[in-house]
Design a protein. Structure first.
Length: 427
């Protein structure tokens, strides 16, 4: 495309003297496909709606150099780490999107001590933030909460306890498969889709991944009718512009999926990146869950690095915490297991505050047909000393972090057995 969207708005941001307001649009700190494309697409939709970008009768985009408002997409990770998201990097390269042209939460503009000091204008520019694909800021980003004016999300609503005193709008719809579905529904009319600004195939990429290409086994779990409706509208545009033989949606989906879960490419990143690159934190009253979605199977990671190196990586998140904080912090993972199954692990460096029967009964109560197995084991370190406990749960692969987190949250909030008692029962 002749009009390079990110470079054009970055140049406008850096040179315009007329800007009075900046709205950053920031995804979550996993920076997965849905999060990154949500920030990208919503910034385009907002900039078109506000007249920052205008489209000619032939659909050619142009920039309003005198605009007073500008929407900028932010990737909520350290600059330079996007290649850890192998599928996102692959798609950006395929569509000519330069990762360096995004804004990153690690950039100086987000430094708490120099927050929103815009170099291009000595006057104060009103600055705010829209969150996409998440509702809760990580603890280390709470200083941004007073600037949040809007939210787009597709996860089960968690109370954010009036965290955002300046919130103006909130679009949270669950269980929609992809956050980009909500954005495309609100800002991209299929009758006037800005094809010369953004590829419709790029626009549906996160929807394809999150719905597993509309696998019927995941209907009303990982996708709903709205996802299908938006996808079908854009698919018509894709096929209108390309010969039937030149675009194969099924093959496109497979390429991205295979890239995301490529074993060798993921293992080459190292254990640290594997455990942290798709990680979220959840606060369940006095308990905290650090939850990593692993792109390849736990067994493949264990075979490459050894179980102890995985545990050592978990232990980094317990350093500097009191004993009480450590007892109430749980490191959780999920990964594919094959045979339409998924493995979830729950680790604590002391003891888990429940026994096998308690959590098994909870899981069976939710859906007996989706439950396969559960065991709780002691973790022994390299010097053969006790080093906590881990619970291994095997469920149907229809479960994801998005759908299983509410189940575990409810379970942990209703626990009545203390750690010591449960530890004795687990023996």
């Amino acid at each position: 495309m002749d009009f390079n969207y990110l470079k054009e708005i970055r140049n406008l941001y850096e040179t315009s003297a007329s800007l009075l307001e900046i709205i950053f649009i920031m995804g979550n700190n996993t920076c997965d496909m849905d999060s990154s494309l949500s920030a990208y697409l919503l910034s385009i939709g907002k900039n078109i709606k506000q007249g920052v970008i205008t489209l000619s009768k032939k659909g050619n985009p142009s920039l309003n150099s005198e605009t007073k408002i500008l929407y900028l997409p932010v990737l909520n990770i350290q600059r330079g780490t996007l290649p850890h998201r192998i599928d996102v990097k692959y798609i950006f390269d395929q569509f000519g999107i330069d990762e360096n042209d995004f804004w990153y939460v690690s950039d100086e503009i987000f430094n708490q001590n120099k927050l929103f000091q815009h170099k291009n204008n000595t006057n104060n520019i009103k600055t705010s933030l829209i969150l996409v694909d998440h509702t809760i800021l990580p603890d280390e980003q709470n200083y941004l909460s007073e600037y949040v004016i809007g939210i787009y999300d597709h996860h089960l609503l968690s109370s954010y306890n009036n965290q955002y005193k300046n919130l103006q709008f909130c679009n949270i719809t669950y269980p929609v498969g992809s956050c980009t579905t909500l954005i495309l529904a609100d800002y991209f009319d299929d009758d006037d889709f800005p094809e010369k600004l953004v590829s419709p195939l790029l626009a549906v990429t996160a929807i394809l991944l999150d719905t597993k290409n509309f696998n019927s086994d995941f209907y009303e779990n990982r996708w709903v009718d709205l996802d299908s409706k938006i996808f079908k509208k854009l698919k018509k545009i894709i096929k209108k512009d390309k010969d039937e033989d030149t675009i194969n949606i099924k093959q496109y989906y497979k390429q991205i999926k295979d890239m995301k879960h490529d074993i060798d490419k993921n293992l080459s990143l190292g254990i640290g990146a594997l455990v942290t690159k798709d990680q979220k934190c959840f606060n369940w009253k006095n308990k905290k869950a650090i939850w990593s979605s692993l792109p390849i199977s736990y067994e493949e990671i264990k075979k490459k690095f050894g179980h102890q190196k995985i545990i050592n990586q978990y232990m980094n998140f317990y350093k500097g915490k009191t004993n009480d904080e450590q007892k109430n912090t749980f490191f959780i993972t999920n990964s594919s297991l094959g045979k339409k199954q998924k493995l979830f692990t729950i680790f604590n460096p002391f003891k888990l505050p429940f026994n096998k029967d308690e959590i098994k009964n909870e899981l069976v109560k939710n859906s007996e047909k989706d439950f396969y197995s559960l065991d709780i084991n002691n973790v022994i370190d390299e010097e053969e000393r006790p080093n906590g406990e881990v619970c291994n749960i095997v469920l149907a692969d229809t479960y994801s972090r998005k759908s299983f987190e509410p189940v575990l949250k409810s379970f942990f909030l209703n626990l009545k057995t203390d750690s010591k008692e449960s530890g004795e029962q687990n023996k």
